[in-house]
Design a protein around this ligand. Structure first.
Ligand SMILES: CC(=O)[C@@H](O)[C@H](O)COP(=O)(O)O
Ligand SMILES: NCC(=O)COP(=O)(O)O
Length: 238
C-alpha cells in the first residue's frame, strides 16, 4: 500500500497570514502523524511565503515517520538547508522564480549531467532522492541514469483529465510507472490528488510507494476535520 505523506505548506500559509503562530505548524505535523499520516512533506520556496527555513529545522526535530523536503536544488540555500536538516527524503523540483506552484517535471535528458552531480551530493549525505517528472517514458528512462532512488510523477494532468476520461488520464502514468519499476526506481506521486481521483490512481499504478498530498487534503479538513480527512485519504489507498 502506498504511504500517505501530508504536505503542510497550506498550514504555514494560514499561519503566516496573521504573522503569529496560529496554527502552530509543529503541532499540526505531530497531529497529522497521530491521525495516521505516514510522512510529512514541505516545499520551502525562496520567498518563504509558506514554509520558512526555520520551520524545516523545527519539524526535523519532531517528525517520527518520514520527512520529505521538496524544492529547487538550483538554489544553493535549498541545498544547504537539506544537507543541514537531514530529512529522510529530498524531492528535487525544477521550480522557476515567481511561479504560483509547481507546474512541470524535470527535463531529465537536457539536465542529465547536472542531475547526476546534484543527486550524488544528497546521496553522499545519506538522503534518499526523488526527482519530479512528467509521465513520459523517455524522461523516466533518463531519470534512471542520474542515480536517483525514486521519481515523483507530477499528477496535475491526471487530476485535470480524470473528470473527462479517467482511462485516458491514467494511461501515460501506467506506462511511466511500468518503465520506472523495470528500471528499479521507486515511485512517488503528487500534485492535485484528492478524494475523488486518488483511489483510481493508487489502484492502477504498479508499485506506487508514496503520495504527497496538501492542497486538497487541507481544504477537505475544513469540512471533515483533520483526523477524519487523513483517515479518508488512507482509506482511498487501502
Ligand atoms: C511538487 C509539488 O507538486 C508540490 O509540492 C506543490 O508544488 C506544492 O507546492 P505549493 O504548496 O507551493 O503549491
Ligand atoms: N508533491 C506534491 C505535494 O506535496 C502536494 O501537492 P498538492 O496536493 O498540494 O497539489
Amino acid at each position: 500500500m502506498a504511504r500517505l505523506s501530508v504536505n503542510i505548506n497550506k498550514i504555514a500559509t494560514l499561519r503566516n497570514s496573521r504573522g503569529g503562530d496560529n496554527p502552530n505548524l509543529v503541532q499540526v505535523a505531530k497531529d497529522c502523524e497521530r491521525f495516521g499520516a505516514e510522512g510529512i512533506t514541505v516545499h520551502p520556496r525562496p520567498d518563504e511565503r509558506h514554509i520558512r527555513y526555520q520551520d524545516v529545522f523545527d519539524l526535523k526535530k519532531i517528525v517520527t515517520t518520514e520527512f520529505n523536503i521538496e524544492g529547487n536544488c538550483q538554489e544553493q540555500k535549498f541545498i544547504d538547508l537539506v544537507l543541514a536538516s537531514q530529512p529522510e527524503q529530498v524531492t528535487l523540483v525544477p521550480d522557476v522564480l515567481g511561479q504560483i506552484t509547481s507546474n512541470h517535471g524535470w527535463d531529465t535528458i537536457a539536465n542529465q549531467q547536472y542531475l547526476k552531480e546534484i543527486i550524488a551530493v544528497f546521496k553522499n549525505a545519506g538522503i534518499r532522492v526523488s526527482i519530479f517528472v512528467d509521465p513520459v517514458v523517455e524522461m523516466v528512462e533518463a531519470a534512471a541514469t542520474t542515480g536517483t532512488h525514486r521519481i515523483e510523477l507530477y499528477t496535475e494532468a491526471y487530476a485535470h483529465n480524470y473528470a473527462v476520461n479517467k482511462e485516458d488520464a491514467i494511461a501515460p502514468y501506467i506506462k511511466a510507472a511500468e518503465a520506472a519499476h523495470k528500471l528499479g526506481l521507486g515511485i512517488n506521486a503528487g500534485h492535485d490528488l484528492d478524494l475523488q481521483n486518488l483511489q483510481y490512481f493508487a489502484q492502477n499504478i504498479p508499485a506506487l510507494d508514496e503520495v504527497s498530498i496538501g492542497h486538497a487534503l487541507i481544504s477537505d479538513a475544513l469540512y471533515y476535520g483533520l483526523e477524519n480527512t487523513i483517515q479518508m485519504y488512507l482509506g482511498k489507498l487501502a
